[in-house]
Design a protein around this ligand. Structure first.
Ligand code: SF4
Length: 265
């Protein structure tokens, strides 16, 4: 269900390590990732529908952003898409992300887009205008698209994401691959770095977060992918996450790529 709403704010302070502010033109996300922890947003918006089945469109986002920018001193990059994908399919119709990015560029404010959608290429023209003030990250947790369909049914196919990174890179945009969430028994960090290393400037990593009511959806996605329960033990294992952190660091070092972080929840 798509509902038009009026927001009071679109730019919010964030506790994310690399981004003091975040910007979300939508509430909800039809990419429907089984592991998504942004589902906590239902609590604040009165939604009881399943996560992934609704989107609230902040139709006044450009006006609100313009007012906020006039009175806010921004001290670092704005993350676009922290609790939604700002390039989910509804963006094709409303174009709110595009207008918001235009405003950031006009105000010389650095920003980073994190997405799983090739639709970001539509806005290559304005992203390029931002030069070094812009970076675009593409999330990839697996390379097998048949598994991707179980975990991220509404998002772009993996090959499209790889092509998107390549296209952005060819056009001089700073890019990063966001390897996350790292899914036990599925995510192959080395293979993802091998597949993306020539098109990215940085690598980010994030561990699976299971403290947000996503367990049932994860169990279903793992079961549909033919994987047993062993992943649940690994997800709880401190040793496993230490190994993942080491693997990520070593893979980045051998590919000569900057590792920005490895986020745990
Ligand atoms: S793309 Fe991001 S916000 Fe959207 S469902 Fe997936 S994890 Fe959640």
């Amino acid at each position: 269900m798509i509902r038009e709403t009026n927001a009071k704010v679109v730019l919010q302070k964030s506790r994310l390590p690399e981004s003091p502010y975040c910007l979300n033109p939508y509430v909800g996300c039809t990419h429907r990732c089984s592991y998504c922890y942004a589902r906590f947003m239902r609590r604040f918006t009165g939604h009881s529908e399943p996560w992934g089945s609704f989107v609230d469109v902040k139709v006044n986002a450009p006006d609100v952003l313009s007012r906020q920018l006039a009175r806010t001193q921004i001290s670092g990059p704005v993350l676009i898409g922290s609790v939604c994908d700002a390039y989910q399919p509804v963006e094709k119709r409303y174009g709110l992300t595009r207008v918001c990015i235009k405003q950031l560029v006009a105000n010389d404010i650095p920003f980073s887009v994190l997405t799983k959608s090739r639709l970001v290429l539509r806005d290559l023209d304005i992203i390029r205008m931002a030069g070094k003030n812009a970076s675009v990250g593409i999330s990839i947790a697996m390379l097998d698209d048949s598994i991707r369909r179980n975990f991220e049914p509404g998002a772009s196919a993996i090959q499209d994401r790889l092509n998107t990174l390549e296209e952005l890179h060819k056009n001089g945009v700073q890019t990063y691959v966001f390897i996350g969430p790292i899914l036990p028994k599925i995510t192959n960090i080395q293979a993802i770095i091998d597949a993306t290393g020539s098109f990215v400037d940085e690598v980010w990593g994030e561990a699976l977060n299971m403290r947000c009511g996503n367990r049932a959806d994860l169990v279903e996605a793992y079961t549909s992918s033919g994987l047993s329960c062993e992943w649940q033990q690994l997800a709880k294992s401190e040793q496993f996450w230490k190994e993942m952190a080491t693997t990520l660091t070593q893979a980045c070092q051998s590919a000569n790529l900057r590792q920005v972080g490895f986020y745990r929840h």
